[in-house]
Structure formats: C-alpha cells, structure tokens
Design a binder for this molecule. Structure first.
Ligand SMILES: Cc1cc2nc3c(=O)[nH]c(=O)nc-3n(C[C@H](O)[C@H](O)[C@H](O)COP(=O)(O)O)c2cc1C
Length: 189
C-alpha cells in the first residue's frame, strides 16, 4: 500500500489550511493511499544549527536529535507528500520554515538532491488577502527550495480571502474544496 505524508504548518487544527488538507487526504484515501497527517506545531523542531555535520559526513541525516528525526524517517518512507501552510507575513509560517531549513541534509554542497527518488510533493497555501498575486513570488521560492531536495513539485493551490472565525468558512468555497480534493487524488498515481 502506498503512503502519503501530509504536513500541516498552521497552528490551528480546525483552520482553513487543515480543512483543505483533510479534503486532499480524502482524495488520497479514495485512491487507496494510506495517509499520515502531522501538525508541525505539535513537534519540537529547532531551526538548523548550521553544524554542517550532514555535509562533513555527506549523509542525508541530521545530527540534531529532536522530533525532526522521526519526520526524516516518515519523509524517506512515504511515496508522496502534501505540505500545507498559511501565509504569515508574506511567507510560510515559522513552523513550516523551520521544517524547510531542516531539509538541509537533502541538499549536497553542489546542490545535488539527496532525497530518495520517486516521491512528489504538492502544496496547499491559504491567505487572508483576496489578491492571489500578492505573495506569488515567496510562494514560488518556497516550492523551489523544497524541490531542491529532490522532491519534484507535482501541484499547488492557493486559497485566498480566508480568516478562520472572521470570514466565511473555507467549506463554503466549493471550488477550492474541490481543488484540494483533486490535488490529493492526483498526488500518487
Ligand atoms: C501572524 C499572522 C500573519 C499573517 N500574515 C498574512 C499575510 O501576510 N498575508 C495574508 O494574506 N494573510 C496573512 N495572515 C492570515 C492567514 O494567512 C489566513 O487567515 C490563513 O488562512 C490562516 O490559516 P488557518 O485558518 O489554517 O490558520 C496572517 C495570519 C497570522 C495569524
């Protein structure tokens, strides 16, 4: 049975990002894919300490013994990933950025990717601002950086005009809910 790992970078377990990620999970499950969802906010993940242990030893492993160890294992074992984050101050959340920095072991000094091949990643982003163009550049840069590890980007979506508890719930927006469902359904063929 193929496995998908869903990483959620929002601190809200019932926010718009988690709701869209759950729709993507529904799509994955309909394809018979086993899923595991991890809220990054539940984990203790320090920022990269720039010790260069992974580089000196030329390994796709990290010297820091925190919750990222388990996540490294889950990433290596899965057949595809979905990373979902709200936009905070024009970028991904701090939790998501800490995760990205800790992907350093998967990038060689010559920028060669070290992630075991054969898995793709799709992204879900949410933001309050209605204009989808506003943060297009930081979003594209984030996806490109994840891609450097050897995780080819399969798909991404951005749901705008969302503010949990203040604006209409994301469930009311059938278009983005369907988009998230299909993003999940198409991740692993
Ligand atoms: C600290 C903070 C910073 C935010 N910065 C932005 C921003 O720069 N641009 C934007 O459009 N929305 C911003 N938002 C709004 C969230 O991105 C948006 O409401 C998102 O859908 C929240 O996702 P959630 O419901 O999963 O928590 C910010 C929210 C917070 C709490």
């Amino acid at each position: 049975m193929k496995k998908a790992l869903i990483l959620i970078g929002s601190p809200r377990k019932k926010g718009s990002t988690a709701t869209l990620a759950a729709e993507a999970e529904r799509g994955l499950k309909e394809n018979g894919i086993e899923t595991k969802t991890v809220f990054l906010n539940d984990l203790k993940i320090k920022g990269c300490q720039a010790c260069y242990w992974c580089k000196k030893n030329d390994v796709a492993e990290c010297a820091m013994k925190d919750d990222m160890q388990n996540l490294h294992q889950l990433m290596k074992e899965c057949d595809g990933m979905i990373v979902a984050s709200p936009i905070y101050f024009a970028g991904v959340t701090a939790q998501t950025k800490a995760w990205l920095d800790r992907l350093f072991p998967y990038i060689g000094m010559d920028l060669s990717p070290k992630m075991p091949p054969g898995k793709k990643v799709s992204f879900i982003f949410t933001q309050n601002q209605p204009d989808a163009r506003l943060f297009a550049t930081p979003i594209a840069t984030f996806m490109q950086m994840v891609g450097l590890t050897g995780l080819p980007v399969k798909d991404h979506m951005l749901a705008c005009d969302l503010d949990t508890g203040v604006k209409p719930p994301v469930e009311d927006n059938k278009k983005v809910m369907e988009q998230a469902y299909h993003l999940g359904k198409n991740l692993i063929q």
